[in-house]
Design a binder for this molecule. Structure first.
Ligand code: UGA
Length: 429
């Protein structure tokens, strides 16, 4: 099938490449000419394991091409995926202006019947809005169908997730559009849920919110377990083995970050409020998550005598999680900002991300050894494998004070204790 992907960001590029891999002919469209040129040259503009290889392969085979010619791209393709961003508005709702622009372009340049698919995470009711926006910008009346088909891939494992999803959700009221979508996903071995667009849109927000809820639940429970000196990892494992609960998204730590959970939970809360049907549990999820990065930082502060002025702290990890260069809503950044506010000197390290802050109190170092050297405490903020494999016996002689705060419960606490570190995790007793 010939497909057009509008928006060559994270979701759009991955989706396009996965469809190319499945044998479809894909065009990627973006208003950002620089991005288009870079992708057409086989260079990915973000870090994602495995994706650059796939990009080079399909650019070379010409199974994917990139363009900024909106009119031509719309005219030549009959299935159009909208994958543009939906950033957060000040009030927490999703900003649909990019989606609206695309819908209006589609209406304007629609030369024959098309299926328009929203893959971006969009609030309930957006498929109806997209239909309206297309209709009102059409120059001639051409039939079309709008389908909601949310994406569930994670950054850092985008390719594996997109190639082998747990499920595919298709929200449409048109039989023809559903048939086309089923055909498109023919090679995927997973259940397909067919429903109406509103339910499909809700599934995406509800799934992300429920996962965020699991994380906030385990983080708040971790605080109680901490006081009772109970190991939260054992509790999570014991709970997770109950099939009704499940083991995933149950790792206590510094709270959830990234561009999706924080934004989507807020957007769903906004929808709930606007509808007059509040989601009070979800409000608590946000509250726990806001507090969580500072939970471990307060312990660090106490350990160092209640004052961080003139203290030097090593922060390991800037990305919001391992295997990504994304720092949006990263707990690490929140911790660094709090440390700078407390007038501490901060030394940071990340295997992929470059620190872009301008504070004179924060500097980045190339190696973990240089980062921890001369510091009063080390705090692990991102779960990079590199930090799991550190030789703490070599780092111990470098630090000024051997305090180790493990925001990801990823270090062998007995081992580092033997090296002479005072270890504190998140209820990692
Ligand atoms: C999330 C969802 O997992 C995807 O299914 C969804 O498609 C995506 O949002 C989206 O809406 O686009 P992502 O934001 O890439 O994916 O990251 P996750 O792997 O879900 O992690 C989110 C945050 O939760 C990270 O900060 C991570 O460190 C944290 N986390 C995750 C925990 O603190 N504990 C856990 O047990 C799991």
């Amino acid at each position: 099938m010939k497909l057009l992907i509008v928006g060559t960001g994270y979701v759009g590029t991955t989706t396009g490449l996965v469809f190319a891999e499945m044998g479809h002919q894909v065009t990627g469209l973006d208003v950002d000419t620089q991005k288009i040129q870079s992708l057409q040259a086989g260079n990915l503009h973000f870090y994602e394991p495995g994706l650059d290889e796939l990009l080079r392969k399909h650019v070379k085979n010409e199974t994917i091409t990139f363009t900024d010619n909106i009119k031509k791209a719309i005219e030549m393709n009959d299935v159009i995926f909208i994958c543009v961003g939906t950033p957060k508005e000040e009030n927490g709702s999703a900003d649909l202006s990019y989606v609206k622009n695309v819908a209006q372009d589609i209406g304007r340049y629609m030369n024959r019947s098309k299926v328009i698919v929203t893959k971006s995470t969009v609030p309930v009711g957006t498929a109806e809005l997209v239909t309206e926006w297309i209709k009102t910008s059409q120059l001639q009346s051409v039939p079309f169908a709008v389908v909601s088909n949310p994406e569930f891939l994670r950054e850092g494992s985008a390719l594996a997730d997109a190639l082998k999803p747990d499920r595919i959700v298709i929200g449409s009221t048109s039989d023809t559009a559903r048939r086309i979508m089923r055909e498109l996903y023919d090679n995927f071995q997973c259940p397909i849920i067919e429903t109406n667009p509103k339910a499909s849109e809700m599934i995406k927000y509800a799934a992300n919110s429920f996962l965020a809820l699991k994380i906030s639940f385990i983080n708040e429970l971790a605080r109680l377990c901490d006081k009772l000196e109970i190991n939260i990892n054992d509790v999570a494992q014991g709970m997770g083995l109950d099939h009704r609960i499940g083991p995933h998204f149950f790792r206590a730590g510094l709270g959830y970050g990234g561009s999706c959970f924080p934004k989507d939970v807020n957007a769903l809360l906004h929808t709930a409020e606007a509808t007059g049907s509040p989601l009070t549990i979800l409000e608590s999820v946000v509250q726990v998550n806001t507090e969580q990065p500072l939970y471990l930082l307060n312990k660090l502060k106490q350990a160092l005598g209640g004052n961080l002025q003139e203290k030097t702290i090593a922060v390991l990890g800037l990305a919001f999680k391992a295997n990504t260069d994304d720092t949006r809503e990263s707990a690490s950044i929140k911790i660094i900002e709090a440390l700078i506010n407390e007038q501490a000197n901060v030394k940071v390290h990340d295997p992929v991300v470059k620190w872009s802050g301008s504070s004179a109190g924060c500097h980045q170092f190339k190696t973990v050894a240089d980062t921890v050297s001369g510091t009063d405490a080390v705090m692990i903020c991102t779960d990079w494998d590199e930090y799991r494999e550190l030789d703490w016996s070599k780092l111990k002689p470098l630090v000024k004070q051997p305090y180790l705060f493990d925001g990801r419960n990823m270090v062998d606490k007995e081992h580092v204790a033997k090296m002479g570190f005072y270890y504190t995790g998140v209820a990692n007793h």
